[in-house]
Design a protein around this ligand. Structure first.
Ligand SMILES: Cc1ncc(C[n+]2csc(CCOP(=O)(O)OP(=O)(O)O)c2C)c(N)n1
Ligand SMILES: [Mg+2]
Length: 555
């Protein structure tokens, strides 16, 4: 997990493919969620694994010699990771090993980029071969594709005619040059807004008036836009929570418009174009300047520009207001990250795995440099430990040992998923300094939110007793969740506070009963002293409970 996340982090920053070598069978399983993350984050990595020897009696060199060679011999090892990989293959003989590695790398580095997997048994690995060379000039990735002139004209025309055009992007920033291309488009079509959906790298700078920040598919401008360009994006909106107007004109431009890894994906786009985002956006901008110059320099666009600047200022003000500590001296995630932002160098690279706090973190970080914000991109928690190490290794190596400062911001639950023991051992052993900031909201808040969604529409009346129990828990969790995120969420409703108190009393009663019963068993004839000790313990339990549940904010 850590090794692949490390390779993934390096590859994300540089787009140079990295290689990870893992053990037969179980070693491949140890990659765990990191394969999913590399796939969703479109990171070019080559994974090489051994295979158990396939001969038993010394027929070839490399034949079985260990007990474990039988145990770790599985029917189809590559199936463990195949559905996340752009290519999987077996090195069957030594003679064409270079061609197979090159073929795998061609897949890894061609869009949509991602992990590839090669495995080879000992017999192949130990084969004698004649040294040979390949001409690497012929082993290049597939070149980026462009829009046709008809497609370019269609998008340009839609943008010129639009009242409130919107670009929704997710991972166009994987190519750092695509950020500048998108800025140029937003400077050309004044009034165009850009929403980042956190697919992985930052796609648009926060200091541009068109910036709407990072939101996971729920944002008011999605509902009001009349023209939407979905650009390199996996989840532009979540229809059950937020969707475009019925008559919005939508065009989808993507290196992977079919979303081949997803069994269910569709959006109401009038057209979908398979193209490289930097190339496509540059084509559209140039076409607009060449053909629609008088329109885009008209007063209509100037007015929109002014309105855009006003709304951007307001957005920044709201974000800044959220970064204030509470009157009682406590503070939330926004304040913490705001302070962190101020204390770290301007060009810090942020490796983010902040789960429910991601949007708050993004708002406060306000990334402006391409490649300075790298979000996991996938849903396999635990990426950011290895990921941050890989990013640091990359920035140092690419800059002659003097790379940028790297900060990992991670949820407290996610931190545990990241295998910290390995991460910090590697950091120490190989001298890779990173700063880790754990957002300790004392739990996995996401589950409270999910539970909320599931039971949101259900009234308590007429419920099965089991469901009522969950409804009750949900109410209690809701109050806890709201308390924890109090800078960014409303305060708990009085009814939920009452319910929580009830739950606390029931809990406390049960704990007291169990404790008392055990106490009696240990001390059949309790002395005054043992009673006093029991009372003291009980007071301590109650105080602890109060502290941990009521003041559950970031320390
Ligand atoms: C490997 C893995 N296991 C489980 C999950 C499901 N999951 C999504 S969010 C989450 C909770 C994360 O907790 P934390 O890091 O504390 O973030 P918070 O919810 O508190 O913001 C879990 C377990 C996952 N995405 N990946
Ligand atoms: Mg948490």
């Amino acid at each position: 997990m850590v090794a692949l996340s490390l390779a993934d982090g390096y590859a994300r920053l540089t787009n140079k493919p990295q290689c990870v070598i893992v053990h037969v069978d179980v070693g491949t399983q140890g990659l765990g969620a990191a394969v999913h993350n590399a796939s969703c984050g479109r990171a070019p990595v080559l994974i090489f694994a051994g295979l158990s020897p396939y001969t038993i009696e010394g027929e070839y060199r490399g034949s079985r010699t260990e007990y474990i060679h039988w145990i770790q011999d599985v029917p189809d090892q590559k199936q463990i990771v195949a559905q996340y990989c752009r290519y999987t293959g077996e090195i069957k003989r030594g003679a064409n090993v270079k061609q197979l590695v090159n073929r795998a790398l061609t897949f890894a580095t061609s869009e949509p980029r991602g992990p590839v997997y090669l495995a080879g048994a000992r017999e192949a690995m130990e084969e004698d071969i004649e040294p040979y060379k390949l001409d690497q000039r012929y082993w290049t990735a597939v070149e980026p594709s462009a829009l046709t002139s008809k497609q370019t004209e269609r998008v340009a025309q839609l943008l010129v005619e639009a009242e409130s055009p919107l670009v929704i992007t997710g991972y166009s920033g994987r190519n750092h040059n695509a950020v500048g291309a998108l800025v140029e488009l937003a400077n050309t079509v004044k009034g165009l807004k850009v929403l980042d959906t956190g697919g992985s790298d930052m796609c648009f700078p926060a200091d541009h008036p068109a910036w709407l920040g990072l939101r996971y598919g729920v944002e008011d401008n999605i509902k009001t836009a009349d023209v939407i360009i979905v650009l390199d994006c996996d989840v532009p909106w979540i229809p059950t929570q937020c969707k475009p107007k019925d008559d919005a004109k939508i065009i989808h431009i993507d290196v992977d418009p079919l979303k081949q890894q997803m069994p269910v994906f569709y959006i109401n786009a009038l057209a979908r174009y398979r193209a490289d985002s930097e190339t496509a956006v540059t084509q559209i901008t140039e076409h607009l300047k060449a053909k629609y110059e008088s329109e885009i320099t008209s007063s209509r666009f100037e007015e929109k520009w002014t309105a855009l600047q006003d709304s951007h200022k307001q957005r920044l003000q709201t974000i800044s207001d959220q970064a204030k500590p509470g009157e009682d001296g406590t503070f939330g995630c926004s304040y913490l990250v705001h302070q962190l932002r101020k204390s770290c160098p301007q060009d810090t690279i942020w490796a983010i795995e902040a789960v429910t706090n991601t949007a708050f973190v993004a708002d406060q970080i306000q990334a402006t440099f391409p490649g300075s914000w790298i979000n996991c991109g996938g849903g396999g928690l635990g990426w950011s430990g290895g990921g941050a190490l890989g990013i640091k290794l990359a920035t140092d190596f690419e800059n002659g040992g003097k790379g940028k400062f790297v900060v990992q911001i991670v949820g407290d639950g996610t931190y545990l998923f990241s295998v910290p023991g390995s991460v910090y051992w590697i950091a120490q052993r190989y001298n890779i300094p990173i700063l880790t900031v754990v957002l300790n909201n004392k739990g996995m808040v996401l589950y409270a939110v999910v539970l909320d969604d599931i039971f949101a529409d259900i009234g308590q009346a007429g419920m099965h007793p089991a469901s009522r129990f969950f409804w009750f828990i949900r109410r209690a969790r809701e109050a806890k969740y709201q308390t924890k995120n109090s800078t960014s969420h409303s305060h708990p409703r009085p009814t939920t506070q009452v319910l929580r108190r009830h739950l606390l009393v029931v809990n406390a009663g049960l704990v007291m009963l169990v404790l008392w019963k055990n106490w009696q068993r240990c001390f059949p004839k309790p002395s005054k002293r043992s009673r006093a000790v029991f009372a003291l313990c009980w007071t301590r339990i109650l105080t602890d409970r109060k502290e941990s549940t009521v003041a559950g904010r970031l320390p």
